[in-house]
Design a protein around this ligand. Sequence first.
Ligand code: DC
Length: 220
Amino acid sequence: MIITIDGPAAAGKGTLARQLAKKYGLAYFDTGMVYRAVGLELLNNGLSPDDTAAASKVAAGLTFARMIALSAQPGFRSAAGGQAASKVAAMPKVREYLLKMQQDFARTPKLPTGEKTAGVVYDGRDTGTVICPQADVKFFITASPEVRAMRRHKEYLQKEMPSVYEDVLAQTKERDLRDSSRTSAPLRPAEDAVIIDTSDMDITEVFAEACRIIDDKFLK
Ligand code: DC
């Protein structure tokens, strides 16, 4: 079974994806990691995330193992890391180089422990449209920019990272604009995606709704 979950930043995709992966015994691939890895590799080497040639070179050489290693670094989930990721994600060459790694994962999906699984939950922006158009169930999870910025802001504070709500809101809007207006794989729901607006829902409600949709499809 392949499930894709796309949508804007901080809409609750990651939490939902992890919960679904656990419930249905599937592997989980957070595809934002590939762009965060390229962005952080550039920043670590004193290179600009606007440098297309450098970003393409890093993307061409990125391995799954290197991505996992970079994800353990503190800058990986930082606001600067997110901005860098969003910039490199808008580069068609970068996307092209990172496509195979993301698609290959569905061929032999496994847990971080190495245990094989019968499928995968993808989470990202283009997983239902580009990475895995043949997915069995596709979700598009969204929420208002204000709600999403508040969730991210609280997350930063919980991790004891400095955060100002107004700045997070401005960054959220800036990233939304870049993610949805880029020419290569812009953020949009797949035609056959189920759209869930989580602005007024908590994660328990979102999870229950997603399970109902999956079970309706597979258990009836
Ligand atoms: O979900 P995230 O915040 O970790 O994603 C980081 C950036 O990567 C985000 O600005 C959009 C981009 N991204 C993308 O373009 N395509 C994906 N499938 C996943 C993420």
